[in-house]
Design a protein around this ligand. Structure first.
Ligand SMILES: [Zn+2]
Length: 251
């Protein structure tokens, strides 16, 4: 299948070998001999890029190709090599890929914080007869402005699709917050079905964003942890939907 595959240039191969200390990059293996692997496969990227390549022994390479070691794990091993390099000269230009993933995580965390602040505000209003507790209101507004900044940052580092999808998530939360500030009765007395539909809408906004980010990274959606701000009042864990059939892959 990889018919037009070009040879890995010698300087690049050397750079990769030195990065891994001329040993398999899996820390618990470190075996030889060595092969050079593309993390996102050659047939998809069609180029040799240092940030997408890693040195493996034939055994680990086969396990990677078989899927025993997934791509996200392989990127972590690559990251470990970078962090453990004693000659590392400051965190010089980190790869755009790593920057986008960091911005995505930041966005998710800030959306979660904002989500929690709105939920807390709803709870506080329901419990008190005196209107909006000023402290909750302040937290909510500050979380919203940080979330706005995180949205812009993600849009800046991603492509147009990422920016649009991130704004869509942001808008969903803004409408929710506006409803709460306007004391729309629907916020407090949604029927079960309405509530499910409303949550589903938020969920789909996160799904679309996840797909856009993965497309920008040239990853399958299962290769990056999925994350969604969870329902009111509950903990907000990071979940992996990779095995839940939401995204079917044909690989
Ligand atoms: Zn190995």
């Amino acid at each position: 299948m990889a018919t037009n595959r070009t040879k890995v240039p010698r300087p690049l191969a050397r750079q990769l070998l030195v990065e891994a200390g001329h040993r398999c990059a899996i820390p618990t293996c470190r075996a030889t001999p060595l092969e050079i692997a593309h993390i996102v496969p050659w047939h998809r990227v069609q180029r040799h890029d240092f940030h997408n390549m890693i040195v493996l022994c034939p055994n680990c390479h086969t396990r990677f190709d078989r899927g025993d070691i997934d791509r996200q794990a392989m990127f972590r091993y690559k990251e470990l090599l970078r962090l453990s390099d004693p000659n590392r000269v400051a965190p010089e230009d980190p790869s755009p890929r790593a920057g986008l993933i960091r911005a995505y995580r930041l966005f998710q965390n800030e959306m979660t914080r904002w989500h929690k602040s709105i939920s807390d505000l709803v709870a506080a209003v329901v419990l008190s007869s005196t209107g909006f507790p000023i402290e909750n209101l302040r937290r909510c507004r500050s979380a919203a402005s940080v979330a706005r900044a995180a949205t812009d940052k993600l849009g800046e580092l991603g492509d147009e699709g990422v920016a649009e999808a991130a704004n869509h998530v942001f808008d969903w939360f803004r409408h929710w917050a506006d409803d709460v500030f306007d004391l729309k009765p629907s916020v407090f007395s949604r029927s079960g079905d309405d509530y499910e539909e409303w949550k589903q809408e938020r969920f789909m906004a996160f799904v679309v964003l996840h797909e856009e980010v993965c497309a920008a990274l040239d990853l399958d959606p299962t290769e990056l942890d999925f994350f969604e701000a969870e329902r009111d009042g509950q903990e907000l864990p990071q979940v992996s939907l990779g095995t839940r059939g939401l995204w079917e892959t044909d690989e």
